[in-house]
Design a protein around this ligand. Structure first.
Ligand code: HEM
Length: 479
């Protein structure tokens, strides 16, 4: 007998998960709860009104759109709409500290990301059979919780943090804060390697009523939210976990000058391409999209900024165009976007492995000295954050079983091993980080390219649980 699962209540789900909070700046503030847990839970009641719901996030999006349309009608440039959105999530250490001992039904969450670092192939050392990743110390010390504060201005973020802290008093202390920001001018929306990000996220049933072409079949909400339709572990979730979501946070440094030097030294040489164009082409082959965002599957030889800007077209492909998923003429099997969402390579049966990504770049722009020397001296990268209901189907699976797996996607011609995801794939050997990637040269599908180093370096992270608003009120906070 099948039971009817209630639809998603968008007043109950935190706004970052399904809708996303528009942002120019974002602070990720990690905290620990101090010993007076009763006082923390009491004070938390006063912070819950700050947490942004999905309905509120949708409202913010609608008002920004309206503002832009009105400005366009006047022929004016729209100024920024003031926005502050807050997300709150707890690690397994945080749940235990609060005294919530039920299992949410996800062992990777329960064990924490530190215990998962070796399986993810993060870099580190093994001594006496114990693996210690090369992470920032803060991520090795057991963080209890995280606030993510998103806004159009850094000063509004600071004001909101002051407000949150004044409500919580001395019941928490900040253990680490990292500020992210959208990159300047024409790089806005692009991650630090220069590629437009934030294009492809799945549409979710009950929420996205007008999916864009290429978003794929809208996925069941239970692949993102615990306890909702098609959550694989639905029946074993505690009632307070329903409509929460698991957030995987990763602090990923990017070695931009080193990446650019590699592209410069290894241009693809075909036809009339200049070395500069050949380097740009190699970058696009590694990512699966041009820097503009145009997908290689639709624009295989030349960038197409018009296509990139057209939301009706820029995600509308599935690697079977014109009819064959067995060639990498258009897009390498190993390209980052193909590895992480293989679309028709798996017969479009990837719903349970979709994640919702909400990242933001951090760190300064590359300085002229760094560019000239080809060497990173200022830490920069991506504060990666994604949501799913099961880590073993979402982030963990994508990183371990797809990006780090040379044979994936499977079933390709025997002489064309796909190789590692060149952007985020990590080799298992802590001493040799060399990764081999196939298919980067469209004129020689069987040729391999050796990547000498990782250009994305994990400095750690944690798995958090973003509870529903009702759970925050009734299970986490006390009157
Ligand atoms: C610094 C690290 C990373 C960089 C520079 C990066 C960059 C990008 C870019 C430029 C896109 C294309 C834009 C878009 O479709 O939104 C993309 C898509 C994507 N990335 Fe990443 N990414 C990084 C880390 C990760 C990680 C850690 C994962 C998961 C393990 C991941 C999963 C995805 C997925 C699922 C997509 C969408 C693919 C699609 O649906 O076509 N990325 N990434």
């Amino acid at each position: 007998m099948s039971t009817t699962v209630p639809p998603v209540d968008i007043n109950n789900v935190q706004g970052d998960i399904l809708a996303g909070i528009p942002k120019k700046f974002e602070a990720t503030l990690f905290f620990n709860i101090d010993d007076n847990v009763t006082a923390f839970r009491k004070n938390l009641t006063k912070v819950i009104p700050f947490i942004t719901t999905t309905t509120q996030a949708q409202g913010i999006r609608a008002s920004i759109l309206k503002h832009k349309q009105e400005a366009a009608a006047r022929g004016a440039q729209a100024d920024l709409v003031p926005v502050v959105g807050v997300t709150l999530a707890f690690s397994q250490f945080g749940l235990k500290k609060i005294g919530i001992n039920d299992h949410i039904g996800d062992s990777l969450f329960e064990n924490g990301q530190l215990a998962d670092a070796q399986a993810l192939n993060d870099k580190g050392t093994i001594k006496d059979n114990k693996f210690t990743p090369d992470w920032l110390p803060v991520f090795k010390n057991g963080i209890h919780g995280v606030f993510v504060i998103a806004s159009d201005s850094q000063s509004s973020i600071e004001a909101k943090i002051t407000e949150i802290k004044s409500k919580l008093g001395t019941t928490i202390h900040e253990v680490f804060r990292v500020n992210g920001n959208v990159r300047p001018k024409e790089e806005a929306g692009h991650e630090h390697f220069g590629f437009l990000d934030g294009i492809s996220n799945p549409a979710v049933i009950d929420f996205d009523t007008h999916p864009l072409p290429g978003q794929g079949n809208p996925i069941s909400p239970g692949f993102i939210l615990l306890g909702r339709q098609d959550d694989p572990n639905r029946t074993s979730r505690p009632s307070w976990a329903v409509e929460g979501s698991i957030m995987a946070f990763r602090y990923l440094s990017q070695l931009v000058p080193e990446f650019n030097t590699f592209l410069k030294k290894n241009p693809i040489q075909i036809g009339e391409m200049t070395p500069e164009q050949g380097s740009e082409f190699l970058g696009a082959r590694l990512m699966g999209r041009w820097k503009s965002g145009a997908p290689l599957d639709l624009a295989p030889l030349k960038d197409d900024p018009e296509l990139a800007a057209d939301r009706q077209r820029n995600n509308n492909f599935d690697y079977s165009f014109p009819e064959d998923i067995q060639t990498q003429d258009r897009c390498p099997f190993a390209a980052h976007v193909r590895k992480t969402n293989p679309r028709n390579d798996l017969g479009n049966r990837v719903e349970r492995n979709r994640i919702i990504r909400r990242g933001i770049p951090f760190g300064p722009e590359v300085t002229p000295t760094e560019a000239q020397q080809g060497k990173t001296t200022h830490d920069r990268g991506l504060l990666f954050r994604c949501y799913q209901s099961v880590l073993g189907n979402g982030f963990h699976f994508i990183q371990q079983s797809w990006a780090n797996n040379e044979g994936f996607p499977f079933g390709k011609p025997a002489d064309q091993t796909p190789g590692f995801d060149p952007i985020i794939g990590q080799a298992p050997d802590p001493n040799s980080r060399v990764r081999v990637v196939g298919g980067t040269n469209p004129q020689n599908a069987t040729a391999n390219l050796s990547l000498p180093t990782d250009w994305v370096v994990s400095k750690g992270g944690e798995y958090f649980f973003a509870p529903s608003i009702s759970a925050l009120k009734t299970t986490f906070a006390t009157a």
